[in-house]
Design a binder for this molecule. Structure first.
Ligand code: KG4
Ligand code: ZN
Length: 337
C-alpha cells in the first residue's frame, strides 16, 4: 500500500510516498534553514508562513517523483505532534483537506515515532522489539519499542535535549545554526582530552540525562576566555564537548541495555547523525554481541519518508483520525492520538 507522508513540525516542509512502510518512492524536503540561520534559531512565525507557501508544491512534487497520482494512494499520514504548533497546523490542516477531498484515510503520526521508523527504511530486516535512543533537537529518550505502535519510555532528559546542547555550545563557539553538524565536523580535528568537562548524572535515575550543566560549563569557559582575551582552540573544545555528550549517552544506553536484556539497539533523530556517537555505539554493540541499527544520514534529520513508514504501521494497527484532528505542541510518545 502507498502512503503519502507529510511533515511540517519544525523548519522542513516535507512530503514522501512510501510503499508498505519500507520502500521510499519519493522524498521531497523544502528546508528553511538558510532563512532561520540569520536569527541563530528557528523563528516559529516565519516557519509557519514558509510551510504554508511550500506545502502544495512539495506534496505535488512527491507524487510526481513517485510517478503516481492521488488515486494510487491508500492513506495520508501526517505529523500531528510534537513540534511548533503553528508549523504542525499547516501540515495537519493540509492533510485534513486532502483526506476530505479524496476520501483517503487520515493517519496522525507522532514525530518521535516517525524518527524511530526511519530505521525501517534503512534496514528492511529490522523489526521490534528493540531499545531505541531517540536524540533530536528537542528530545533525548531511551525507549523500549515493544511493537511498531507500542512504546515505553525508560529514560529521558531532565533539562536540555542533546541536540539543543550541541546547538547552544556550537553557537557560543561561533559556528553557524544548526550547530550540531558543524560542531561534529570541527571536533574531528580536535583532541577530546584537552578540556575536562562535567559528565552529569541524575541521582537515582541511571537512564535519565541532564545536559544543561555541561552546556553551561562550556559556555562559561568560552566567555571567561573571551573576557581575558585568550584564544581558545575551537577544535579541541568541540572535541571535548562532543566526547562528554556522547559519553553520557553511551553510559546510559549501556546501562539500559544491560538492565532490560535487549539485544538490539537502534538510534534515531537528528543527533543520530553524530559521527562519534555512531562509532562508539557500533563498538559497544560489537563488544557485547548486540545488533546495532542507525538510519542512513539522509533520514536522520526531519523528513516525510519516516512519516510515511510509521503512518503505514499506525494504519495497520487501525489508527485513523477524523477532521477533528488537532496538532499538539507536546505529546508523550507512549500515548495514541
Ligand atoms: O530530529 P531533528 O532533525 O529535529 C528535531 O526533531 O529536533 O534534530 C535536529 C538536531 C539539531 O539540534 C541538530 O544540531 C542536531 O540534530 N544534529 C546533530 C548532528 N546533525 C544534526 N548533532 C550532533 N551531531 C550531528 N552530526
Ligand atoms: Zn525531528
Amino acid at each position: 500500500m502507498l502512503v503519502l507522508g507529510i511533515e511540517s513540525s519544525c523548519d522542513e516542509t516535507a512530503a514522501s510516498v512510501v510503499k508498505d512502510g519500507r520502500q521510499v518512492l519519493s522524498s521531497v524536503i523544502a528546508s528553511q534553514v538558510q532563512e532561520h540561520r540569520k536569527y541563530g534559531g528557528v523563528v516559529p512565525e516565519i516557519a509557519s508562513r514558509r510551510h504554508a507557501e511550500a506545502i502544495v508544491d512539495v506534496v505535488q512534487q512527491s507524487l510526481d517523483d513517485a510517478n503516481i497520482t492521488l488515486k494510487d494512494l491508500g492513506a495520508i499520514a501526517v505529523t500531528a505532534a510534537p513540534g511548533l504548533i503553528g508549523a504542525l497546523l499547516v501540515g495537519v490542516n493540509f492533510a485534513k483537506g486532502l483526506s476530505f477531498s479524496t476520501g483517503l484515510p487520515l493517519v496522525p503520526v507522532h514525530h518521535l515515532r516517525s524518527h524511530v521508523a526511519a530505521n525501517y527504511l534503512t534496514s528492511p530486516e529490522l523489526k521490534p522489539p528493540f531499545l531505541c535512543l531517540v536524540v533530536s533537537g528537542g528530545h533525548t529518550h531511551i525507549i523500549k519499542v515493544a511493537d511498531y505502535t507500542s512504546f515505553r519510555v525508560i529514560g529521558c532528559t531532565r533539562d536540555d535535549a542533546a541536540g539543543e546542547a550541541f546547538d547552544k555550545a556550537a553557537r557560543a563557539m561561533g559556528l553557524p545554526y544548526p550547530g550540531g553538524v558543524f560542531l561534529d565536523k570541527e571536533a574531528e580535528g580536535g583532541d577530546p582530552a584537552s578540556f575536562v568537562l562535567p559528565h552529569p548524572t541524575v541521582e537515582g535515575a541511571p537512564f535519565d540525562f541532564s545536559f544543561s550543566g555541561l552546556k553551561t560549563a562550556v559556555i562559561n569557559l568560552i566567555h571567561n576566555a573571551e573576557q581575558k582575551g585568550q584564544p581558545l582552540p575551537r577544535a579541541d573544545l568541540a572535541a571535548s564537548f562532543r566526547r562528554a555528550v556522547v559519553d553520557c549517552l553511551v553510559r546510559n544506553v549501556t546501562a539500559a541495555m544491560r538492565e532490560t536484556g535487549e539485544k538490539k539497539l537502534v538510534i534515531a533523530g537528528g543527533v543520530s547523525a553524530n559521527s562519534l556517537l555512531r562509532r562508539e555505539l557500533e563498538r559497544l554493540c560489537g563488544e557485547n554481541g548486540w545488533e546495532f541499527y542507525r538510519p542512513e544520514l539522509s533520514l536522520c534529520g526531519d523528513n516525510a519518508a519516516m512519516v510515511g513508514s510509521q503512518g503505514y504501521y499506525e494504519w495497520l494497527a487501525g489508527k485513523r483520525s477524523g477532521l477533528g484532528l488537532n496538532a499538539m505542541a507536546t505529546m508523550d510518545i507512549q500515548l495514541d492520538f
